[in-house]
Design a protein around this ligand. Structure first.
Ligand SMILES: Cc1cc2nc3c(=O)[nH]c(=O)nc-3n(C[C@H](O)[C@H](O)[C@H](O)COP(=O)(O)O)c2cc1C
Length: 505
């Protein structure tokens, strides 16, 4: 496909599939020959709350929810091929989300075909089909508001005339293509597909039409894709279940044995630390009637990606991947130069790690900073904490006299993260921080310096002054658990096997 704006003519696509269309499946489909890959439908309200995080360890871009769940993870490899599908019933919110992901995806798509209650009760999915004014408002807002192509995916309406009239109205909004699932919203996936409707739509509009719905009986192998395209008269084809069952349907050399496909999928899941429950779900979909086989039972019993890797004999791959990950983390941390002041927006940063052994017992930089702020008659330092998703490490930013300070290095504990932030602040201000061997500043009383107090009273007092917000944060981050969280991961080099999907790192 030509570089630049994504073309929807004559393509084969991995359809949007909730829980299935996460990063490992999308990369696998690309490896096997899919031209474009849709992500699972993501709801606009949830996405609008996410912040964009560059995950340097995994080399991904993550859209992370306030509870630290990674809602959408993508990477450079799929940047020109991935279509972000959203569930929405609100033009403004749709635009907010489209703008949030605009730089990281090739196109945005609106789901107008999902008949499930969770979607329709909010006016989203198939509910939109009976509100063409809303469809028009959403699509026009998106087309004029973002620089990447906008598409939508619909189901057919009860009559040909209604369907054609709707698609013509959709075309008028300026969308780049429309995917048509040739079933009514009341029909189930087992019902026969209305190829004649797709054909009529393809004839009626000049934008590319992407035919969908043929997995059950029309598209079983790669050769059938072309047949399906011809039978529907559409420009392009989109596959959901056929790809979910065996993604090598996209390969003109396929289909490959399922064991191999599952193994390739699992490698991507390990490489990108896909959530284990999601990995397991996808493997079970692939296993289908083999889900009660010995392998299926092992998969069902697994709770982690490590256990899944055992089921497939991929322990060594898993171990090497973990090692790579750690090496990359270490390299990222040691690459930073300590004590060099770098401004990150309005925050003064240094690459500082808090080493407890460098300070006498009962003395900490936080304590020194507190004493200094009192002496200077400043408001006491305020600490804000963030936790990153990939390894659950902490980073604290301290505010003092309306200036903010932070260490660029992440710490395993909240306490250490705050101490590191305090060290940065003290170093920038040129104030002693209480290290062993440092000239006595007299900031903290001698008894404490010599460790003769029965506990760090000052720090205790400071701790007490820490507000309920701190406590809340503590509870929240422990509650977050790792449900939906993706820990960072890094892969080993993979020998390329001929004719086989290749995982490139
Ligand atoms: C597991 C699963 C999840 C799906 N999730 C979505 C979704 O998120 N968005 C969407 O537009 N359609 C979704 N669909 C519908 C498919 O994209 C597709 O329209 C349907 O399965 C018919 O295509 P097929 O015959 O190739 O399976 C889903 C289908 C399946 C099987």
């Amino acid at each position: 496909m030509a570089a630049g704006r994504l073309s929807f003519s004559n393509i084969t696509a991995l359809a949007p599939m909730v829980r299935v269309g996460t990063l490992p499946m999308r990369l696998l489909a690309l490896d096997y020959g899919a031209d474009v890959v849709y992500c699972e439908e993501l709801i606009d309200i949830k996405m609008a709350q996410c912040h964009r995080v560059v995950n340097e360890v995994l080399e991904t871009v993550d859209f992370v929810a306030p509870d630290e769940r990674v809602m959408f993870r993508t990477c450079e490899r799929e940047k020109d091929r991935v279509i972000f599908q959203m569930g929405t019933a609100d033009p403004d919110r749709a635009l907010t989300v489209a703008r949030l992901v605009e730089k990281d995806v090739a196109a945005v798509d609106v789901n107008m075909g999902c008949p499930k209650e969770y979607s329709t009760k909010g006016g989203m999915g198939a509910a939109l089909l009976s509100d063409p004014d809303k469809i028009e408002a959403i699509l026009k807002k998106l087309v004029t508001g973002v620089s990447i192509p906008v598409t939508c995916k619909i189901r057919i309406l009860p009559s040909l005339e209604e369907t054609i009239s709707l698609v013509r109205r959709i075309e008028e909004t300026g969308v780049a293509a429309v995917a048509v699932h040739g079933r009514l919203k009341e029909e189930r996936p087992r019902h026969p597909l209305h190829c004649d409707y797709i054909q009529a739509v393809a004839r009626a509009v000049s934008i590319p039409v992407i035919a969908n719905g043929g997995s059950l009986d029309l598209v079983k192998t790669n050769g059938d894709i072309e047949e399906f395209r011809r039978a529907t008269g559409a420009s392009s084809v989109m596959l959901a279940r056929a790809a979910m069952w065996n993604a090598s349907v996209f390969s003109d050399q396929g289909p490959f044995p399922l064991e191999r496909v599952m193994e390739d999928y699992l490698k991507y899941a390990i490489r990108y630390t896909n959530h284990a429950f999601n990995t397991k779900y996808c493997l079970c979909q692939m296993l289908r009637d083999k889900v009660e086989s010995p392998l299926g039972k092992q998969v069902q019993a697994a709770q982690t990606n490590a256990e899944l890797s055992e089921a497939y004999g991929l322990q060594e791959f898993y171990r090497l991947t973990q090692e790579r990950l750690q090496a990359r983390r270490d390299a990222l941390q040691s690459g930073s130069q300590p004590d060099r002041l770098v401004m990150d927006g309005d925050v003064a940063t240094m690459a500082v790690k808090f080493e407890r052994r460098e300070y006498p017992p009962h003395i900490t930089p936080k304590m020194f900073l507190l004493e200094w702020s009192r002496k200077e008659k400043l408001e006491q330092p305020q600490y804000e904490m963030v936790q990153r998703s990939q390894d659950r490490a902490f980073q604290s930013t301290v505010t003092l006299a309306e200036k903010r300070y932070r260490s660029t290095l992440w710490e395993k504990s909240k306490k250490f993260a705050e101490q590191a932030a305090a060290v940065v602040c003290l170093r920038v201000l040129g104030v002693p921080e209480g290290r062993i061997g440092e000239e006595d500043s007299g900031l903290v009383c001698k008894r404490k310096r010599e460790g003769k107090t029965n506990g760090a009273a000052e720090e205790e007092a400071s701790k007490k002054r820490h507000t309920a917000a701190d406590l809340r944060q503590e509870t929240d981050s422990s509650k977050a658990g790792n449900g939906g969280r993706h820990a960072a991961d890094t892969p080993p080099e993979q020998p390329q096997r001929s004719g086989r999907a290749r995982i490139s790192f």
